[in-house]
Design a protein around this ligand. Structure first.
Ligand SMILES: [Zn+2]
Ligand SMILES: [Zn+2]
Length: 239
């Protein structure tokens, strides 16, 4: 047993993994402790059949290479998306507790699960870009949930986490309650790149994709700065 594995073993002996959803004993995957029991894991709302372009959940049996009608009509600025879950309970609770109640353990769990899925992706991006928060919001919250979700992904995939490339230039009104068109208008011009962009292929990480207007705007700005391909990886997609 190497030093890190030994340390992990010790930590797990002192603090055995606990399921964040039901409080029962968590799982061990290799040397890693997972704060989720097998029973709760099986019941999570995995987004299994989805549009390859925008990750919108689609009816089962539609085929693995499907593109939804909206993306066929008007392709988004990004090239491909992957959303781990449909935004339903208990994922709603996990995400909201992370954002509004500082439950960073939820980011570790969800980020690790996202990492497992994207680890196998054939076409690896050159870096990961979490959706930036406006500075004032970041100060209020104390952390950016997308960065916290991206950390385990960066660690597991070995992809660099790029935090100094793009910023949010202004506060945006909450997108809650706005329709798709209002959301696009609300977010327009909200991001900019602040230095030379040395990448051709990047992956954006976001917590929840609702209509896709936020990640679309960030992807548009990145492409204007010379990026050729933008993938979007998110925890959950609103149905
Ligand atoms: Zn459980
Ligand atoms: Zn689509």
């Amino acid at each position: 047993m190497d030093m890190k594995a030994g340390l992990n073993y010790l930590v797990q002996w002192v603090y055995p993994p606990r399921c964040l959803l039901c409080g029962h004993t968590g799982q061990k995957q290799g040397h890693e402790a997972v704060d989720l029991c097998g029973h709760c894991q099986q019941r999570l709302p995995f987004n299994e059949t989805a549009c390859l372009s925008c990750a919108l959940p689609l009816p089962r049996g539609i085929g693995p290479e499907a593109i939804c009608g909206q993306c066929q009509n008007k392709p988004p600025a990004f090239d491909a998306s992957f959303s781990l879950f449909c935004y339903e309970q208990p994922v709603v609770w996990l995400v909201q507790q992370l954002k509004f109640n500082d439950r960073l353990a939820h980011a570790r769990l969800l980020g690790n699960m996202l990492a497992q899925r994207v680890e196998a992706c054939v076409d690896r991006p050159q870096c990961i870009i979490p959706v930036p928060l406006f500075n004032k919001r970041l100060r209020q919250r104390g952390f950016n949930q997308s960065v916290e979700l991206a950390k385990p992904v960066a660690k597991k995939t070995g992809l660099p986490l790029e935090l100094s490339l793009a910023i949010r230039t202004r506060p945006t009104e909450s997108q809650t309650g706005l329709d798709a068109k209002q959301r696009r208008k609300n977010i327009k011009g909200a991001f900019k790149t602040i230095r030379h962009v040395p990448y051709r292929h990047v992956a954006i990480i976001d917590d929840v994709v609702t209509t896709g207007s936020t990640v679309n705007e960030l992807a548009r700005v990145l492409k204007k700065s010379g990026v050729n391909r933008v993938d979007v990886w998110s925890i959950a997609r609103v149905v």
